[in-house]
Structures are given as C-alpha cells and as structure tokens.
Write a protein that binds this ligand. Structure first.
Ligand code: SDX
Length: 390
C-alpha cells in the first residue's frame, strides 16, 4: 500500500462505476434486475421482456412487448457479407471465435451506430444486435460442422428460432440434432432455454461487462465493445466454465471417481479446479444456480435428463458442500454448474454452451454500455497500478 493506492486482485472491493441496472448481495444470495428479484423473472417473463426491462428500466406493456418481439424478428437477418465471412473460417472453428469475428464485423456494416444522437438511435442499435446474436451463434455452429446455414424464421419467437436454426435440416425435416423420432421443438424446451437466457442476462460488473464498459468509455463503436465482451466471456474462468463443467463431469465419468477429483481440487499443488464452483462475489449460494437446480429437478422427466451425468453432478455437489476446504472458502455451485445438464438434454452441443451465455448476456452488456454512454460525467477507463519495480 503506497499510501496512494491499495491493490485488490480482481478489484472486488473498489467500485468501478455507479449503476441502477443490477443489484447483487453476495452474502445473502440476492440478484435483482432493475429491482425485480431474479426468481420473479426467470420462467415468469419472457427473455425478450426481461431484455426490454434491463435496457429500458421497466417491463414492457403487452402492446410494447408484442411490438418489440415483432421488431426483433424482422431485424434478425444478417447482411450476406457477414454470411460470406463464416465461409472463410475452417470446419471445427470454435463458435465463440466466429461470433467474436462476426460481431466485430457488424461495426463495418452499421457505421452510423458510431454516432448515436438520440434515444431512438440507441434503441435501434440495441435491437439490431440483440436480434442478430442468436443467428450469428447458430450459423457459427452450423458453419463449424460444415452444414448449410439456416436462416431465421419470422414466425418463430426468439428462443424457438434459435433452436430451429440450430436443429433444422435443409430438407425441412428437423432431424439434425434431434433424437430421430420426434424432432419438433417442444414448448418445454423453449421455456427451459428462455429461463436459462434470463438467468444469464446481466450480472453487475463481471469481467466481460467491465470490458464492454471499458471499450465503450473510449468512444469505440458499440458493436466492437460487445465483441470485446464476447472475447472476455470465452475464458474458462468466466463464461467458458459452462463448457468445462460438462467436460469435467464426463472426465470424472463415474460417481466412484468423485472423491479423487475433490482431492485434486483441494490440492494447492494441483492446478485442477472444480469447474462451476466458486465466485468472485457470491461467497454463499449463487441464486441463479438455485433457480437452475429447481429447473433441472422439474425437467428431469419431461426432458429425460441424462441421469448418469446428473448423478455425478449431484455427487460432486454433495461432496464439495460437505467439505471444509470448500465451505471455508465460500465455494458453492455457480450458474455454470447446472446449466450444462439441461442444455445437453436440449440436444445443444457443448461448444454452444458459451455462445448461449453470450446470447443471454447481450441485453445486459447493451444496458450497461448505454448507462455509461448516457452518463454525461463518464470518463475513459484508466485503472492505476501499484508499481513494484525497482
Ligand atoms: C462466471 O463475476 C461474475 O459475476 C461472473 C459470472 C457472471 O454472471 O458474469 O457470475 C459468471 O464467470 C461464474 C464463474 C465461472 N467460473 C468457474 O466456475 C471456474 C471455476 N471457478 C474458479 O476458477 C474461481 O472460483 C473463480 C474464477 C470463479 C473465482 O476465482 P478466485 O477469485 O481466485 O476465487 P477466490 O479468490 O474466491 O478463491 C479463494 C480460494 C483460493 O484458494 P486459497 O488460495 O484460499 O487456498 O478458493 C480456491 C482458490 O484457489 N478456489 C477453488 C475454486 N475456486 C476458488 N478451489 C477449487 N475449485 C474451485 N473452483
């Protein structure tokens, strides 16, 4: 401490900004979007209405909700130039790399969004990218596996459209990612994914949101700020953890192996960490994880969740929650621990787990970016350092 600055790794004790959007109480496991508790939103209001709430500060009236949905459907198409960009990327390209590139490229197609002169311009900019993100995600995946890209269908609601673009088969039959028998998209699947997107929609000043605000503070194009958020979210310590949780559950492979991996996670000399556990702010239960767990229990039969994976996840959770190493450090399951089993039941490929986090977090990034830009006092981000050189 040089008397000027104190160093706090991850700056959890120094506020980087003021905000009216999301409130987190890490000790009491509370999360509120614009004053609404997350448990009153997830599964009770559509993800699009929650996106409207985050960006506009209030839930839409039924009329506004209908118009917003309609506009999102009609803005979901991508310029063919973006689609040609996908074709330049190799088979097997991770969809997160493709999404970052395509979102950055959107700035080249919407140059006018560099100077947003009024609230209507802000709304247009936000609705465009909110509508296009699931299309970019689905096309990124289809391109990575060398299958034809499916265009959005304006007759389908946002979340259904995403599942359709991921699963549909050019011949019209949706046999691609289905179980070969009944591949039509079920309402229970749409509702489950819609609730998952809501749970991911915003989370105060996490690493990727801070990145979006930092890039926004330099007066860069809003879409490159969102692209930078995608870059930060990809990390396995952040949004990339949901993919790693599934890899880890498969690596553990059997309930009898759980003690071995719990011991590895506790071993300070072993870099192995239990994916989906721990959080910079929640030192108690992550309220989103609780909601997802309840959703998982509800969907067990309806979605025929993989019981072997569930048993392993449950054994990991029980072992960790009863172990002093985890309790002393306030390490509880976070949002990423439960989402993967449900997404797997929705026949969503593992490499699409973090892209789904991007789709969910996009309204939060847009709301936070807008709040920064509409604050006349905002300045360029410029954290200081504690110089420890000679
Ligand atoms: C998200 O910030 C947000 O809000 C993020 C997010 C959002 O919505 O935007 O909530 C989304 O990113 C959730 C987190 C997803 N990441 C993971 O699940 C990856 C696994 N978790 C860890 O890597 C870790 O818990 C972090 C990255 C989340 C936090 O890391 P920290 O800041 O190092 O954790 P800490 O300071 O609380 O650690 C305290 C102790 C340390 O050990 P000691 O030095 O005290 O001996 O706990 C240990 C850590 O080594 N520890 C773990 C652990 N996480 C922390 N040990 C084993 N397994 C883990 N998962």
């Amino acid at each position: 401490d040089s008397g000027m600055f104190t160093y706090d790794p991850g700056y959890t004790s120094t506020a980087s900004c003021e905000s009216k959007i999301t409130f987190i109480d890490g000790e009491n496991s509370e999360l509120r979007y614009r004053g609404y508790d997350i448990t009153d939103l997830a599964g009770k209001h559509s993800f699009l209405d929650v996106s409207y709430l985050l960006m506009r500060g209030k839930l839409p009236t039924p009329e506004a909700s209908k118009n917003f949905d309609l506009e999102i459907r009609h803005r979901s198409f991508l310029n063919e130039g973006i689609i040609r960009l996908f074709e330049a990327l190799p088979d097997g390209a991770h969809p997160m790399a493709t999404m970052g590139a395509a979102t950055m490229a959107l700035a080249a197609f919407y140059k006018d969004h560099l100077h947003l002169e009024d609230e209507d311009a802000f709304k247009m900019m936000r609705r465009r990218i909110l509508a296009k993100m699931p299309v970019i995600a689905a096309m990124a995946y289809r391109n990575s596996i060398g299958t034809p890209l499916i265009y959005p269908d304006v007759n389908r609601y946002f979340t259904e459209n995403f599942l359709y673009m991921l699963r549909a088969y050019p011949g019209g039959r949706m046999k691609y990612l289905g179980d070969g028998k009944n591949d039509e998209i079920k309402q229970v699947e749409i509702d489950a994914l819609d609730a998952i997107l809501t749970l991911h929609a915003d989370h105060e000043q996490n690493a990727s949101t801070t990145t979006v605000r930092n890039v926004g503070s330099t007066e860069a194009h809003p879409y490159v700020a969102i692209a930078s958020g995608i870059s930060a979210l990809w990390g396995s310590a952040h949004g990339g953890a949901n993919e790693k949780v599934m890899d880890q559950l498969k690596l553990i492979g059997d309930v009898k192996n759980v003690p071995t991996y719990i011991a590895k996670a506790k071993d300070r000399n072993d870099p192995f960490r239990l994916m989906g556990f721990g959080h910079r702010v929640y030192k108690n239960r992550d309220p989103r994880a609780e909601t997802l767990k309840a959703l998982q229990d509800k969907l067990k039969e309806e979605l025929n969740l993989d019981s072997k994976l569930l048993d392993i996840a449950h054994a990991v959770e029980q072992a960790a929650l009863s172990d002093d190493y985890f309790k002393e450090r306030g390490l509880y399951p976070n949002i990423d621990f439960y989402s993967g089993v449900i997404l797997t039941a929705l026949k969503i490929p593992i490499e699409m787990f973090t892209p789904i986090f991007v789709i969910g977090r996009t309204p939060g990034w847009l709301a936070q970016w807008s709040e920064l830009k509409q604050d006349p006092k905002h300045k360029i981000a410029r954290p200081r350092q504690l110089y420890t050189g000679n």
